[in-house]
Design a protein around this ligand. Structure first.
Ligand code: BG6
Ligand code: MG
Length: 216
């Protein structure tokens, strides 16, 4: 019997991948690197600095910037990204999310957020669902990013459960690998490329029946 739900944010609760893409694409352009939508798939679930490193490697420029310059580039991307986030409203919840969170509450299943994003609390406020989550893992407190399972183990711990007692929801392969590595039941939410290794995949949370999911 499952007792808790652990959600990724970007691509599961709301579609912020398009804003991450715009902000990285524009930043990369300034340093003469082309980032397209296909390459952007690789950045899903990956931390801000790791994303920058992947972009620099993609453009053959890994050794061209000092740590201070890299920090400034990441900060510039984030400033643009946060500007784009200002227009978010509750209407930007992905289809079925609102009802699913209502269903979780009705079934007394506490929910946590396991997102690599340092902007998660702000995004949840803009979406009007911050009070639906009993816990939000602080990504700054982690030693390793996804696909390491640390963030999911921490989310389960904050809910007071073992990972095996939780269901994890992810749209990125890196996150899905982390969920499986700690023994959680994995729901893959398809938003782009196919996902491998999920226990079940859906296009929208509306496809799931909560009492049935809790029996897994
Ligand atoms: C993840 C996104 O949720 O958060 C990544 O999928 C992003 O694309 C990462 O890089 C970090 O986000 P932020 O908001 O801290 O830059
Ligand atoms: Mg995601």
């Amino acid at each position: 019997m499952k007792k808790g739900f652990v959600f990724d944010l970007d691509g599961v609760i709301t579609d912020t991948a398009k804003y991450h893409f715009i902000a990285w694409r524009d930043l990369a352009k300034e340093i003469n690197i082309d980032v397209d939508l296909k390459f952007n798939e690789q950045l899903k679930g990956i931390s801000r600095m790791d994303s920058l490193e992947r972009i620099l490697a993609h453009g053959g420029r890994s050794d061209d910037f000092t740590p201070e310059e890299k920090a400034a580039l990441a900060e510039k991307k984030n400033t643009h990204y946060v500007e784009l986030l200002q227009s978010l409203t509750p209407a930007d919840l992905l289809p079925g999310v609102h009802d699913f969170l209502d269903g979780a509450q009705a079934n007394q299943v506490p929910c946590a957020i396991a997102s690599a994003s340092k902007n998660a609390p702000f995004i949840l406020e803009k979406l009007g669902v911050a009070d639906r989550f009993a816990a939000i893992v602080d990504p700054a407190s982690l030693h390793k990013g996804k696909p390491d399972p640390e963030i999911f183990v921490k989310a389960a711990e904050l809910l007071g459960f073992q990972p095996e007692e939780c269901v994890g929801f992810e749209d990125a392969q890196a996150g899905l690998d982390g969920i499986k590595a700690c023994g959680m039941y994995a729901v893959g939410v398809l938003s782009g490329e196919p996902l491998h290794g999920a226990d079940i995949t859906v296009h929208q949370l509306t496809e799931l029946d909560i009492p049935e999911l809790l029996q897994k």
